[in-house]
Design a protein around this ligand. Structure first.
Ligand code: UD1
Length: 334
């Protein structure tokens, strides 16, 4: 299948590209490079050992997107282009709605112009809001608590309307839990600019001596050790979930929301300990106040993904930490 990946040079997009190529798909990377670098393309071609066409463009440029879909005879789109920082979205909501919601509308218009019906959308467990029960299954009520989450939810709902309007639509919204880690080769992965806001890249920088210590946000949560619990999933498992969603859509029409998680929660301190072992370096930390908006625990029920996609996250938390450490030590990429 010829697959266009919007946000193709980003963290999830680059790993999804590797997973798709391994299964024999032809991949086209489409990205405006706001949050990634063109240098990723070369690294990807090295990892995948084949050429990967790259188109520099914005998803909001509908005309350009129509041409790209036509030029490469695209059969399906995986839509990962979007802004993703919660705190940023509170400061700049219009940017988030413009990039995420308007970007998706533009993509849908371009797909309609090319009569394309197959779409995998990069959604997030953030659409569940504060968990009313755990583990989170797909029938848990949805609710957004910030503009980033609201943009994801609005897109999901828009896609549901699109599917309802056309019986030939094939749409999967993948609700990611906490993607971490990197491809085994250490060439591609998440290297955040500035101070990382997510836990795993922060831990990696502390272990590497780039930062003196980790601030653990909250030690008084109702969890076994008092620190926040999350469902960390290796980014290569997540990437393979996209390939599984595409093959599901080749047999199924309609709109489907599916969790991609491991179904097991790890606390901040558990992750610190595993990372110390994987890296052989200490990760000093201090317990500080809770971060606003954080929940005590959040983890998935991953059964639907197993039933529908025949997919389950198989890589361990040790592999997540080891691959993050390998990347931390490898060449600088954005
Ligand atoms: C965050 C976002 C979420 C987004 C996800 C993407 C918020 C409130 N949520 O999720 O919407 O989809 O990233 O990966 O920003 N922690 C520390 N110290 C740190 C950083 C984090 O103790 O320096 C703790 C947090 O309190 C939390 C856990 O580590 O318990 C994971 O945090 P993080 O990696 O930021 O992910 P989420 O908050 O789950």
């Amino acid at each position: 299948m010829n697959v266009l990946l919007t946000g193709g040079t980003g963290y999830i997009g680059s790993h999804a590209a590797v997973a798709l190529v391994e299964l024999g798909h032809q991949v086209v990377l489409y990205d405006n490079l706001t949050n990634s670098s063109e240098a990723v393309v070369e690294k990807l071609e090295q990892v995948a050992d084949q050429r990967m066409p790259f188109v520099k463009g914005d998803v909001r440029d509908t005309k350009f997107l129509i041409d790209a879909l036509g030029d490469y005879s695209i059969d399906a789109v995986i839509h990962l282009a979007g802004l993703k920082a919660v705190s940023d979205s509170i400061k700049k909501p219009v940017d988030y709605y413009a990039n995420n919601v308007q970007g998706t509308i533009s993509l849908l218009q371009a797909m309609r112009a090319q009569q394309l019906k197959t779409l995998v959308f990069s959604s997030s467990a953030t659409v569940y809001g504060h968990p009313r029960y755990l583990p989170l299954d797909e029938s848990h009520p949805t609710c957004a608590t910030n503009p980033y989450g609201r943009s994801k939810l609005q897109i999901e709902e828009m896609l549901r309307d699109v599917a309802a309007s056309d019986p030939q639509s094939r749409i999967v919204c993948l609700r990611y839990f906490n993607p971490v880690g990197a491809h085994e080769g250490g060439l591609i992965g998440e290297k955040p600019n500035g101070v990382p806001s997510n836990l795993m890249p922060f831990i990696a920088q502390v272990a590497a001596g780039k930062r003196t210590e980790l601030s653990v946000f909250g030690g008084d949560y109702p969890t076994p050790d008092g620190t926040g619990v999350r469902d960390y999933i290796h980014v290569m498992d997540l990437a393979e979930g996209h390939a599984a969603a595409l093959s599901f859509l080749s047999q199924n029409v309609g709109w489907h929301a599916i969790n991609l998680g491991k179904g097991k929660g790890y606390s901040v301190l558990e992750l610190v300990r595993v990372f110390e072992k994987a890296s052989g370096h200490q990760v000093p930390y201090t317990l500080v106040a809770r971060r606003a908006g954080d929940v005590a625990a959040c983890y998935s029920n991953p059964e639907k993904a197993f039933k529908l996609l025949n997919w389950a996250a198989k890589r361990t938390v040790e592999e997540m930490c080891a691959s993050t450490w390998r990347l931390q030590q490898s060449v600088e990429i954005k």
